[in-house]
Design a binder for this molecule. Structure first.
Ligand code: URP
Ligand code: ZN
Ligand code: ZN
Ligand code: ZN
Length: 483
């Protein structure tokens, strides 16, 4: 049976035009005027766009003494409901655990997915075993390795480990990712704040000022440059970090920055809320920033110095957040956003004129598909591409509320926000999974997306690094030593 998306306007990262889209066997098979199909979806007044890709989620992740509360079931339902059709989750070995062992755990969890997914592998410690297993991980289609420069004593890796792992990524044609915060300084500031009686959730923000992020971002960029590998900086939240990325890109370094929808639309005033729960629910790393930082992130998306908008979806219930009553360092770090990323970005980006619809597609889908080397299977409305499609109604509105969300937690950091621009339909590999706000779940429909190493940027950079590598000067004669 074929599915026809009729009377819509196709919006891709570089084109806007009227055409119908015919879907068969999970793929786009034809694009053009006046097509015929079996099941017809009316897209009148709508934009037909590549489904969103969220490259930064933590589903059912063991972290800070608990597990994040959305799993691959509720998490991917939330994704589809908001027009996102692929998530990339982080397989996270505990220190001393092998990468392949961790991967097995993530393979098991992900069998519940309602939409397609891929993984990044986290490097949380370093050894010969990790070095060796990285190659097998790449062979299994996971070509991105995440490094935490924060969470000292838990996930953090030091500069020697960072440099070793980055070099290994370069050899394997993989891309390192960094959570860029100076974990040593954060640990010092946290201890001092606690000693001074600053125990509330607002102290979480005081313990992670923009400088710790700017410094770590710049350090990671320089280490990646010395290792000869591209770099992807996750959750870029401030001007200091953006500045380092922008400068690197202007120098020709291959660096990408990823602001989150939370940092773009929520600010630090959330932490001064007199309600402890309200503030703690918004504790994440890096913390929310002020208006100047937000303006910088928006400008980065407009100018192209920042490339991708993600969520870092890592949802903890209020009960879990209360582990940190009396000690902010014990509040599980993380916020949700999977269901709200696309409508919030459309409302605050396209709706305000800060982004064009094409730029919206670029930063929610196409750019990351290219970076992760799964374009145009994903991130494209093109014959042969997977039919991961969102039929977007720019006039449809709702008020975000935890009472109607797919996420398993008991609140929403965007509670009460009005959004304009929502999916009329969401298709995951041709399957119609959302109709006018109603999710039609099918657990296990999601497939793993394997990715090839050595994408074009890795190839170009390694060519350049080879060409400019230090080499001995050829000399016609060497003078006799001594006299
Ligand atoms: O606070 C956050 N961001 N929690 C999730 C883990 C991470 O650092 O990405
Ligand atoms: Zn992080
Ligand atoms: Zn509140
Ligand atoms: Zn994260």
């Amino acid at each position: 049976m074929t599915t026809l998306i009729k009377n819509g306007t196709i919006v891709t990262a570089d084109l806007t035009y009227k055409a119908d889209v015919l879907v068969d066997g999970g793929k786009i098979v034809e694009i053009g005027p006046d097509l015929k199909g079996d099941e017809v979806l009316d897209a009148t007044g709508c934009y037909v766009m590549p489904g969103g890709i969220d490259p930064h989620t933590h589903l059912e992740m063991p972290f800070m003494g608990t597990y994040s509360s959305d799993n691959f079931d509720s998490g991917t339902r939330a994704a589809l409901s908001g027009g996102t059709t692929m998530v990339v989750d982080f397989a996270l070995p505990s220190p001393e655990q092998g990468l392949l062992d961790a991967l097995k755990m993530w393979d098991n969890k992900s069998t519940r997915a309602h939409c397609d997914y891929s993984f990044h592998m986290a490097i949380t410690w370093w050894s010969e075993q990790v070095f060796n297993e990285m190659e097998e991980v790449v062979k299994r289609g996971i070509t991105t390795f995440k490094h935490f420069m924060a969470y000292k004593g838990a996930l953090m890796v030091n500069d020697d480990e960072l440099y070793a792992s980055f070099q290994r990524c370069a050899e394997l044609g993989a891309i390192p990712l960094v959570h860029a915060e100076n974990g040593d300084v954060v640990a010092e500031l946290s201890a001092r704040l606690l000693a001074e009686g600053n125990t509330g959730p607002e102290a979480h923000a005081y313990s992670r000022p923009p400088q710790v992020e700017g410094e770590a971002t710049n350090r990671a960029i320089m280490i990646a440059d010395m290792a000869g590998v591209p770099l992807y900086v996750v959750h870029t939240s401030c001007e200091e970090s953006h500045e380092a990325i922008r400068r690197a890109r202007m120098q020709g370094k291959r660096v990408w920055g990823e602001p989150l929808i939370q940092h773009l639309t929520l600010d630090e005033s959330e932490y001064s809320n007199p309600d402890w729960d309200h503030a703690a629910r918004r504790v994440m790393s890096p913390p929310f920033r002020n208006k100047q930082h937000q303006d910088s992130l928006w400008a980065g998306l407009q100018s192209g110095s920042l490339s991708v908008v993600a969520t870092d979806h890592c949802a903890f219930t209020t009960e879990q957040k209360r582990f940190g009553v009396g000690d902010f360092t014990k509040i599980p770090n993380g916020t949700g956003g999977l269901e709200d990323r696309m409508p919030m970005l459309w409302t605050h980006g396209v709706g305000t004129g800060r982004l064009t619809p094409n730029e919206f597609v670029a930063v929610t889908s196409t750019n990351i598909a290219k970076i992760l080397n799964c374009y145009p299977k994903k991130g494209a409305i093109m014959v042969g591409a997977d039919a991961d499609i969102v039929v977007w109604d720019p006039e449809k509105t709702k008020t975000i509320s935890a009472s109607t969300q797919q996420s398993a937690i008991d609140y929403n950091v965007f509670e009460g926000k009005e959004v304009k621009g929502l999916p009329r339909y969401t298709l995951t590999r041709g399957r119609v999974a959302v109709v006018d706000g109603e999710v039609k779940p099918k657990e296990g429909h999601g497939e793993f997306v394997a990715r090839e190493p050595n994408g074009t940027v890795n190839k170009a950079l390694s060519t350049w690094k080879e060409l400019t590598a230090p080499r001995p000067v050829e000399r016609s004669g060497i003078p006799a030593s001594g006299v």
